[in-house]
Design a protein around this ligand. Structure first.
Ligand SMILES: [Zn+2]
Length: 142
């Protein structure tokens, strides 16, 4: 994996308002450092530049791996993942208590492959909601 400079890392982290750009988990509530995720993996010629990087919690990053998308369970069509650089989270997902409900084909494949709604992840979100730390404020789009 390519080196991500401290400057670029800071830009990506601040742009994301220090939350996972997929599941919106706040970095401040995580025991683990969030990661620089290549939206298009380097294996698929994705570049290590701001427009191809997202801040990701370790969980979302592990499940996504180098995948670019999956088969939408509703339409059976090959569908790209939600792209946090090009799309708005709230157009593709909504929260129902601690569950992230996908609204679109991109939302469905992302929620499925990144396993947003594993019981322990829902529970974590609900615990944060109870203390007012989830969802964090939506980052300003630049
Ligand atoms: Zn995440």
């Amino acid at each position: 994996m390519s080196y991500v400079s401290a400057t670029l890392r800071r830009l990506v982290t601040q742009r994301a308002a220090q939350q996972c750009e997929y599941c919106r988990f706040p970095q401040s509530a995580s025991l683990f450092a969030f990661e620089m995720e290549h939206i298009i993996a380097e294996k698929h010629d994705g570049i290590t530049e701001a427009e191809n990087l997202a801040l990701s919690c370790p969980c979302c990053n592990r499940f996504k791996g180098t995948d670019l998308g999956s088969i939408d369970p509703e339409t059976q069509q090959l569908t790209p993942f939600f792209n946090p650089r090009l799309q708005n989270w709230s157009d593709h997902f909504e929260l129902e208590v601690g569950t992230i409900v996908p609204l679109t084909p991109e939302g469905r494949v992302t929620a499925k492959i990144l396993q947003f709604n594993l019981p322990e992840r829902i529970l974590e979100r609900e615990q944060l909601m109870a203390i007012g730390q989830y969802p964090p404020p939506t980052p300003e789009r630049t």
